[in-house]
Design a protein around this ligand. Structure first.
Ligand code: AQP
Length: 342
């Protein structure tokens, strides 16, 4: 089976965007791919964060994966920092990464502008190398990527090719390796259309954990009354009826798309059902659909999070399976790069 890896940062409450854009798709993909899903805690510290919250957030994120339907009989679930090879490979890859490749990253330019010079840590520049290591360690065939991560996957591919060129091939064979490529060059897996969930308060920005206002997102663990309140207060417009794909109505398109995915209807069905609706009627409809969809996830989450021994077991087992693959790749890299091995 082809392999696929992906992860979410434990940087805050997991929201509908993380779910519809990532976790819900993983649940479908785990049936046809060999999958590894991790909680990317090492990435969660690139910007200032709360040390009191990190480990709790990692646990909660793992419990959310499982509550959403990630099945540990099919997928390995683990915490990134539990597999030491991620950081080790990052160093080796960093030594093969031209700094110009990192300077070009749009996310670095955006995030460093927002953070201000004093707060720009080295890791904000170098984290795409950690991301490359997350992917290449597992010889992944595919990585699901949204629009904003395309450039980082391209960097990962270029790095894989560069390391294969510099240290792989015949040169490696002479050193006693198996020759050929060290890393598989991963392909992007483009998520289904409509999977980019926008903010409830601005249909032009994406729903995000780090947006200051909690009103801008639906968190997966929001209770019924909170969901109802957020939908009640979300941004709408004063056009008659409801429609998809009108560039003047980004909020309308976003809410219809969310409703479509969680109700498992086709776009045409939703367009027909909602074309003559007013906002009041639609808001009740989408609130009920969200509450119905999220309720079983929330019940499962409570069961999982209140059984720490079970969760620890899942994460330990996942880390063991992941480390077996990661350590083999790392060993190959050390050998190919000419290190003295014990
Ligand atoms: N609004 C979104 N719509 C669709 N997919 C989304 N994802 C995030 N927001 C949306 C997807 O969720 C996965 C995990 O994201 P991440 O935790 O690695 O960081 P992110 O993409 O930066 O997500 P956030 O929630 O916006 O976090 P902050 O605010 O901390 O930066 C990814 O697959 C992502 O595409």
């Amino acid at each position: 089976r082809k392999r696929m890896v992906s992860g979410v940062q434990p940087t805050g409450a997991i929201h509908l965007g993380n779910y519809l854009g990532a976790i819900k798709n993983w649940v479908a993909l785990q049936n046809s791919y060999d999958t590894l899903f991790f909680i990317v805690d090492l990435h969660a510290i690139t910007l200032p964060y709360d040390t009191q919250q990190l480990s709790k957030a990692s646990r909660n994120t793992a419990a959310i994966y499982l509550a959403c339907g990630v099945d540990t009989s099919k997928a390995s679930v683990f915490v990134q920092s539990h597999v030491r090879a991620h950081v080790e490979l990052m160093w080796l890859l960093s030594c093969a990464t031209p700094i110009g490749w990192l300077n070009r990253m749009i996310q670095f330019k955006e995030k460093s502008r927002k953070a201000g010079d004093e707060n720009v840590g080295v890791a904000l520049l170098t984290y795409p190398v950690l991301m490359a290591s997350d992917i290449l360690l597992y010889q992944s065939d595919f990585v699901p990527v949204g629009e904003d991560q395309k450039q980082h996957l391209e960097l990962t591919r270029e790095l894989a090719e560069r390391v294969n060129y510099l240290y792989g091939g015949r040169k490696w064979k002479k050193l006693g390796g198996r020759g050929g490529s060290i890393f598989k060059v991963p392909e992007p897996l483009i998520p289904p259309a409509g999977a980019r969930v926008m903010s409830l308060t601005d249909g032009l920005s994406k729903m995000s954990k780090s947006a200051p206002s909690d009103q801008s997102r639906i968190n997966l663990l929001d209770p019924k009354d909170v969901i109802a309140n957020k939908i009640k207060r979300c941004k709408t417009d004063s056009f008659p009826g409801l429609e998809f794909d009108n560039p003047e109505r980004p909020e309308c398109n976003n809410l219809l798309s969310i409703y479509q995915i969680i109700s498992s209807k086709t776009k045409e069905e939703v367009a027909r059902e909602c074309q003559d609706m007013n906002w009041g009627t639609f808001k009740n409809l989408i609130t009920d659909a969200l509450v119905d969809h999220l309720h079983p996830i929330q019940v499962r989450y409570e069961e999982i999070i209140s059984d720490p021994a079970y969760l620890d077991g899942v994460l330990a087992d996942g880390a063991t399976k992941a480390a077996a693959i990661a350590d083999a790749t790392l060993e190959n890299v050390y050998q190919a790069m000419g290190f003295l091995r014990r």
